[in-house]
Design a protein around this ligand. Structure first.
Ligand code: KG4
Ligand code: ZN
Length: 334
């Protein structure tokens, strides 16, 4: 049987990425053109700037992926692209490139959900075993997703306000740290010797939902109070206090859900799963619980196209193809 090679494209936010994935699990090429430097001076992603960068980079990253893989378009099995959610202008650049490529080379087109991609990043590291629980934590998402089978996604909990990564980035701004703030807070938290005591937001006892905006406000109020008293802020103690609160709530809810649904595997996904504190806490907790826990290596946690190719492989097997009139779907449901 011929090998399956999927060309995957991701442009939902601020990375222009193309990858080639063999048989759903082997990364043959993984090219990421980051725009972080351009967005840094604005303190966040500016949609128009993102679209412009995607236009400039998209053909280059696709060509580089094909060159790295030493493959001709006719050797590909399909073209996959992030269909949503994300910034609509950014999504459309990837989708139009994918449609043009698929049409020109007569290849099937596959529209992938960005979060399915983050979850399937794990399939590039080890086989996924079901039922599986995924904690998806990124700049735009905080969700607990139950997968009873391959390709099936049930959102059992989600944030009611800010995403975890969004809270990290907003707190980082208060501490005058560069964008994206997550890695800086993570580093400061590790250097800290003390932690400011911030609240844990649990919501209703049986809820798997999350809320981070109150915690963010607590940090802002703490900083204002000190400022008014003319006292300086210990940024590392604030970073540690904030991170301890986020990590404790994420870990506890993930553990409770893993027990309730008796899952065989727990995985973490999304940009915030790069967080050292969160990785350590989940690793320790599930080791004690006796449930295998995995998190992909750092470069597969943040946005990339390899994960989109891995998710697309499952859809390719199920012949879930998209049409050439595919549109960007910023609010796409999982
Ligand atoms: O998944 P991702 O690359 O993009 C989205 O789909 O949102 O996630 C980006 C988010 C940002 O909010 C960034 O601050 C956060 O992931 N992040 C981290 C860490 N590395 C990235 N948050 C906490 N600790 C980190 N080490
Ligand atoms: Zn993402």
């Amino acid at each position: 049987m011929n090998n399956e090679y999927i060309l995957a494209i991701e442009t939902s936010c601020d990375e222009t990425a193309a990858a080639i994935i063999k048989d759903g699990k082997v990364i043959v090429a993984n090219i990421v053109a980051s725009q972080i430097e351009s967005h840094k001076r604005f303190g966040g992603v500016v949609p128009e700037v993102a679209s412009r960068h995607h236009v400039e980079q998209i053909t280059l990253v696709i060509e580089e992926a094909l060159q790295t893989a030493q493959l001709a378009p006719k050797e590909l099995s399909a073209v996959a692209v992030t269909e949503g959610p994300g910034l609509v202008g950014a999504l459309l650049i990837g989708i139009n490139a994918a449609k043009a490529f698929a049409f020109a080379h007569q290849l099937p087109l596959i529209g992938v959900h960005h979060i399915a991609g983050h979850i399937y990043a794990n399939a590039l590291v080890q086989p996924m075993v079901f039922p599986l629980l995924a904690l998806v934590v990124s700049g735009g998402h905080t969700e607990l997703v139950l997968m009873r089978n391959a390709g099936s996604f049930e959102v059992i909990g989600e944030t009611r306000d800010d995403a975890a990564g969004e809270a990290y980035d907003k707190v980082a701004r208060v501490l005058h740290l560069p964008y994206p703030g997550g890695p800086h807070i993570d580093r400061l938290a590790h250097e800290a010797t003390e932690a400011v005591d911030f609240p844990r937001v649990w919501l209703e006892e049986d809820s798997y939902d999350f809320s981070f905006s109150g915690l963010k406000s607590a940090v802002i109020n703490y900083q204002h109070n000190l400022q008014q008293k003319g006292e300086s802020i210990d940024a590392s103690a604030v970073a540690k206090g904030f991170q301890d609160s986020v990590v404790e709530v994420l870990t506890a809810k993930t553990l409770r859900a893993a027990r309730e649904y008796q899952v065989k595997q727990v995985i973490a996904a999304g940009g915030v799963s790069a967080n050292k504190g969160l990785r350590a806490s989940l690793t320790h907790t599930f080791k004690n619980e006796g449930i295998p826990f995995y998190v992909p290596p750092l470069h597969l946690c943040t946005d990339n196209a390899a994960m989109i190719g891995a998710a697309a492989s499952e859809m390719f097997k199920a012949r879930q193809f998209g049409a050439l009139n595919m549109n960007g779907n910023p609010g796409m449901a999982l």
